[in-house]
Design a protein around this ligand. Structure first.
Ligand code: FMN
Ligand code: SF4
Length: 585
């Protein structure tokens, strides 16, 4: 029997990135973790930057992608009840356009049918919302053109999804899961109690028609490509691990990938020439939970895996080692990549796991979201894991390009001849936790062909101009850097719109910001230790709360107060306080 405690180390003492003052400090710290995570000394500016190079390997809708930055899809839980856009959605897309990223990979997840929404305010890509979607694209393109003079090298896709197990189409607090198969661990967590919640083959055939219709809408409103989302535990990702499902959509690799093949064949048969991308969770682990044994009063324990001893071999995760599912196994991932090449998929955007059941592998963070757990590993381990998996896939793609399945040495993907016209380019994910050193690492991995493009998520909610600042000035604005506070995940988990509440004034000024503070305070007060804590004098309470429960970090209030007092150096203060707390976790 494989257990967590036999295979994984104790949770780490966390060293905060702002306390690492130079790239050499960063490298030294990374070396203590035993990671392969290279970091260049300087941010290269101007045309010499590897990140400023256009992508020559593919054209999307006839366009060449103008640089190596992609904005990852990020939904805001803030559309209209019928799946149209609001001012909040429009602002987010405008900021995506203002960033210098030349690839907008998906914008945000859009449900292909209303009951497939992850929340009642998710965008829905149906005829009725065509005007709103066209306007979103238009706003983004215009913002980009105004700032950079051209949109000719800007590529925009729409991400198509069905939320499957995580559907909440009607009520923010009521899950209405629909699943690919009965899962021995996730069913309990997400309220799957009956086989009637399993998609029938007939329902899948109708769903495929919805994807084909959504791709037509995307084409009609000017999207350059559609992403057929296969990540994060949502429906089509779940089908990839439907080993135990009978019938034509389960069991063999061929059956588990049938939906993707049928969607693409259907799009083509309909005469729609739109280009195709796929976002894939390249590997997965078992679901995690906070370790009750290591919880302290008022503080969630570090993540540990749910007990999987009764589920071995583990046939419930795609890219998971079936003998020890806290490790990855890329055998089928490579097979999937090859399938994408055969299907003419032009972009493969690699992510990992799920934000709902193992967020530390999906979006490494120093502070957990409200439904999470303390990091079970240094978040840099999670960053390095994703970067190195993408590197292995890049080597596999290079081998495919050489018409051999033997992976060759790492050489620049972009400079290799492409013998398969349709070999996809690769986008890597989960770079935001790198903070100050994001450009230094990104430069290295692109320069050395570990990926074609860098995909940025949370960092662009906090600091959409990070890309432009890096390449134009060679320096970042510290006070705008995302510190992975996870408020953008905690807010929607509690029924609020998403956004960067700590660092984006637009959200800090909204009534939802106050509600979020109250939710976090209540979470702390509900906890036995939190109840005690809130009877302490204010000064001690602030300290104890921040240490006790990140979700009740009165550190936020303290920072906001400093801001009001006009001290200016808010992030420096955070960095100082974090410096003094290094190693305290
Ligand atoms: C608020 C929020 C919304 C997200 N929405 C989506 C989404 O709609 N589709 C998707 O594929 N990933 C989504 N993600 C995941 C991100 O695209 C990205 O993979 C993740 O944040 C890790 O990258 P990062 O470290 O740069 O943040 C979301 C992440 C956040 C924080
Ligand atoms: S709320 Fe802001 S700082 Fe926190 S993780 Fe999200 S983007 Fe980063």
């Amino acid at each position: 029997m494989v257990t967590w405690h036999r295979t994984m180390p104790e949770p780490p003492k966390l060293v905060r990135i702002p306390t690492l003052k130079t790239p050499a400090d960063f490298r030294n710290y990374v070396a203590t973790l035993g990671l392969d995570l290279p970091c260049e000394d300087q941010i290269v500016t101007g045309a010499a930057s590897p990140l400023a190079q256009p992508v020559d390997a593919v054209t999307i809708n006839g366009k060449r992608i103008g640089n190596r930055w992609a904005i990852q899809p990020m939904e805001g839980w803030d559309g209209t009840a019928s799946g149209g856009a609001t001012d909040d959605v429009r602002r987010r897309w405008q900021r995506f356009g203002e960033s210098s990223a030349k690839l907008i990979y998906g914008g945000e997840a859009m449900a292909v049918q209303p009951d497939g929404r992850a929340n009642p305010n998710q965008l829905v890509i149906v005829e009725q919302n065509k005007k709103d979607l066209a306007a979103l694209r238009e706003i983004l393109v215009r913002a980009h053109q105004e700032r950079y003079g051209t949109g000719d090298d800007l590529v925009i896709g729409f991400q198509l999804t069905h939320s499957g197990r995580f559907c909440k189409p009607n009520d923010k607090s009521r899950t209405e899961p629909r699943v690919a198969y009965r899962h021995p661990i996730l069913d309990k967590k997400f309220n799957v109690t009956s086989d009637a919640q399993v998609f029938t083959d007939g329902e899948i055939e109708r769903l495929i028609e919805c994807y084909i219709a959504a791709a037509k809408i995307a084409r009609d409103v000017g999207a350059d490509f559609v992403d057929i989302k296969h990540c994060h535990g949502y429906l089509l990702h779940e089908f990839l691990s439907a080993f135990t499902r009978p019938g034509k959509y389960g069991g063999s690799f061929e059956n588990r990938t049938r939906i993707l093949r049928d969607i693409i064949a259907g799009i083509r048969a309909s005469g729609n020439p739109i280009d195709i991308g796929v976002r894939l969770s390249a590997f997965d682990f078992v679901p995690f939970k906070p370790d009750a044994a290591l919880s302290q009063p008022g503080k969630l324990g570090p993540g540990i895996p749910e007990d999987f001893s009764d589920c071995l071999p583990y046939r419930f995760g795609f890219g998971a080692n079936q003998g020890n599912p806290v490790e990855y196994d890329l055998t089928e991932t490579f097979q999937f990549v090859e399938l994408c090449a055969q299907l003419g998929v032009k972009i493969l955007n690699l992510s990992a796991g799920s934000p709902y059941y193992n967020p530390h592998i999906q979006r490494p963070a120093a502070y957990p979201p409200s439904d999470g757990y303390q990091p079970p590993e240094d978040p840099l381990v999670g960053v390095a894991r994703q970067i190195n998996v993408v590197r292995q896939v890049a080597e596999f793609v290079q081998a495919l390009n050489r018409s051999t399945v033997e992976a060759g040495p790492a050489v620049s993907v972009s400079t290799l001849p492409r013998f398969h016209a349709s070999t996809p380019i690769l986008i890597g994910s989960a770079y935001s936790y790198l903070q100050e050193y994001l450009p230094h690492v990104a430069q290295y991995v692109v320069r050395n062909g570990w990926t074609d493009m860098i995909g940025l998520g949370r960092m662009t909610l906090a600091y959409p101009n990070i890309l432009a600042d890096a390449v134009e000035k060679g320096a970042l604005e510290k006070k705008l850097i995302c510190r992975t506070f996870s408020d953008c995940t905690t807010a929607p988990r509690n029924g609020l719109i998403s956004g960067c509440y700590p660092l984006d004034k637009y959200y800090a000024a909204k009534p939802e910001s106050q509600k979020l503070r109250e939710i976090k305070k209540a979470a702390c007060c509900r906890h036995p230790a939190g109840r005690k804590t809130h009877r302490l004098p204010a000064r001690r309470r602030q300290h104890v709360c921040r240490e006790a429960l990140p979700l009740c970090r009165f550190g936020h209030e303290r920072r906001a107060k400093r801001k009001r007092q006009g001290t200016g150096a808010v992030q420096d203060a955070i960095a100082r306080s974090e410096g003094s707390k290094a190693n305290e976790w």
